[in-house]
Design a protein around this ligand. Structure first.
Ligand SMILES: Cc1ncc(C[n+]2csc(CCOP(=O)(O)OP(=O)(O)O)c2C)c(N)n1
Length: 372
């Protein structure tokens, strides 16, 4: 008897294959917007379903306008978001304004929906310190460029929230590339050990710049990375807003109830380049990959779902896009009207109490700027 058990334990191939089965892809809407799991439909009112789709449309409008602005040299760093609206906007929809957001550089839509004035997002993109000067009540950190660092911060924040008995959750996003960073595992492990209220997202859009997902890791799912930290992990169709919302809501409830963190892998796609700073996705993706993902556009399936329910019209959509374009234009104007960044102001922002060297540099630049 003991002999048989030993042999089974050494069946490495069977062990590898069995893990993937533990993380099936959770889905509610298929590519055409038809409901495939009626019993899992979220408990959202009609107005809320419409609001969710409106936010997704706004996110696409912001992406499109930001792409143009970046091409005109009127933004600084910009990481496109088209294709990721269900993953980003529908996940954010499950959280409360008092929950604390730790975004990555691509998570600007969630940050603005959480309360960052849009012109500040543009200023952040331009590297202006005012882009990091947040409203007092905004529960969020500026977007993280160092991949994985936000996972550590969210974990620490979650432990703090728990210690102080707050009814708040920390939530954070990284990508498939970010899932290979040591920080990601360390953060999940720490939060898991302390049963901290944190929801971790890995937005698996298939590529870390040009590195495809299958080269990134041998693991068949990224959700299974949760197992090593002793926390639940789930893989969700990241092009399906209702599925992402449902999973996110359940994860938030679970974390808030004191059970500890959850890891959510969203299977998604970015339709554009990694960033507008010179990368050409055609050099590492073939046309078939674009065509395959275009069909899964999260806007198409949500629009179809709402239209079928009699909750959506084309006229309303045209009106909305016009309004969003206007609002975005106004935000650009506000960003443009902000006084130009001074190096001295940037240096003043480095430390609460500046070091001697920084003080010397501030004095040097103030003199130089005064002479201009
Ligand atoms: C610690 C660290 N290493 C490397 C980089 C350079 N870098 C910027 S983006 C990127 C790829 C990230 O891919 P992924 O995590 O999949 O996120 P995505 O951009 O696809 O949303 C890399 C390697 C960085 N910013 N930080």
């Amino acid at each position: 008897m003991a002999q048989t058990k030993k042999i089974k334990a050494l069946d490495f191939e069977a062990q590898l294959k069995s893990v993937e089965k533990l993380y099936p892809t959770f889905q509610i809407l298929d590519e055409t917007g038809k409901v495939v799991s009626n019993d899992l439909l979220p408990d959202l009112k009609d107005e809320e379903l419409v609001e969710l789709f409106e936010q997704m449309l706004w996110s696409r409008a912001l992406n499109d306008r930001s792409t143009t602005l970046a091409r005109q040299g009127r933004l600084g760093f910009f990481a496109p978001t088209a294709g990721q609206e269900a993953s980003q906007v529908a996940s954010h929809f499950a959280f409360d304004k008092k929950d604390v957001l730790y975004p990555g550089y691509r998570d600007i839509p969630q940050l603005v929906l959480h309360g960052l004035p849009l012109h500040k997002a543009f200023l952040w993109s331009r590297g202006h310190v005012e882009g990091n000067n947040y409203p007092e009540d905004l529960q969020a950190m500026p977007p993280q460029i160092i991949i994985g660092a936000q996972i550590i911060q969210a974990a620490g924040s979650g432990v703090g929230l728990k210690k102080r008995g707050k009814q708040q959750v920390a939530f954070t996003y990284t990508g498939d590339g970010g899932s290979s960073q040591g920080d990601t595992y360390e953060g999940m492990n720490y939060a898991g050990a302390f049963k901290a209220p944190v929801v971790f997202y890995i937005q698996n859009n298939g590529y870390a710049i040009s590195t495809p997902r299958h080269v990134q890791t041998a693991a068949p799912t990224l959700a299974q990375k949760a197992a090593a930290a002793g926390i639940p992990g789930i893989q969700v169709d990241g092009m399906d807003a209702l599925a992402v919302y449902t999973v996110s809501k359940a994860a938030r409830d679970w974390a808030l109830a004191g059970n500890g963190p959850v890891l959510i892998e969203t299977l998604t796609s970015r339709f554009g380049p990694h960033s507008l700073s010179g990368d050409d996705p055609k050099r590492y993706r073939d046309q078939a990959s674009f065509d395959e993902w275009d069909k899964k556009d999260p806007l198409i399936r949500m629009r179809n779902f709402l239209t079928e329910k009699g909750l959506w019209t084309e006229e309303h959509e045209v009106e909305l896009i016009e309004r969003y374009d206007e609002e975005i234009k106004e935000a650009v104007k506000l960003a443009d009207a902000t006084p130009k960044q001074k190096v001295s102001d940037f240096l003043k922002n480095m430390f609460e109490v500046p070091t001697n060297v920084i003080e010397e540099q501030i004095a040097y630049f103030e003199k130089k700027e005064g002479n201009k």
